[in-house]
Unconditional design. Sequence first.
Length: 182
Amino acid sequence: MIESSYWRLELRRDLLWLRQHRKYRRWSEKQHVLFERKLMIVAFQVRSLLERPKVNEDARKSVLSAIRYKKTGGRPFTVMGTGWPHDRFDMVAPEPTTLPVLTVCNQLIHYYWMQTLTEGRAFVTMLVFSDYERHKWAYEIQIQDLLQLFQIFAEDSSALTDAKFEWNEKKQDFVMQSRVPS
């Protein structure tokens, strides 16, 4: 990633699309798939900014409030298996949690199960768990909160403006030693 401002511009456009399509006139499977796809693309853009020295420390420390449900029993949640998340996760004992932004991105990018839930004619919340987490937790995330989290990275104020790199002999590469928030 040479210059992150172009990534942020596209991220702003994608977030605008998600906000505009969060509410719909008539539900369709296509609408659901397009919304899900755009969420994954936004998550990938944010993770790409995070994986390179392109984001300041304040943005990097962002977290998302969520609800998690513990995996129950010894039966795994599988693609071919019967059942729904409520058959394998303790949906009656939700636990509040906070997820670091990188974890949120990975849940969306590597999701094993994603279900967007609606109220009226709007996508309001989602249940998601990644392939890695499917034996541990399912997460309920509010769509509005998710879009606000990602908006942080779309703003130019999240850009890294100063950094110090030092040679790391073990990695045979330069490693960022400090970040100075803008």
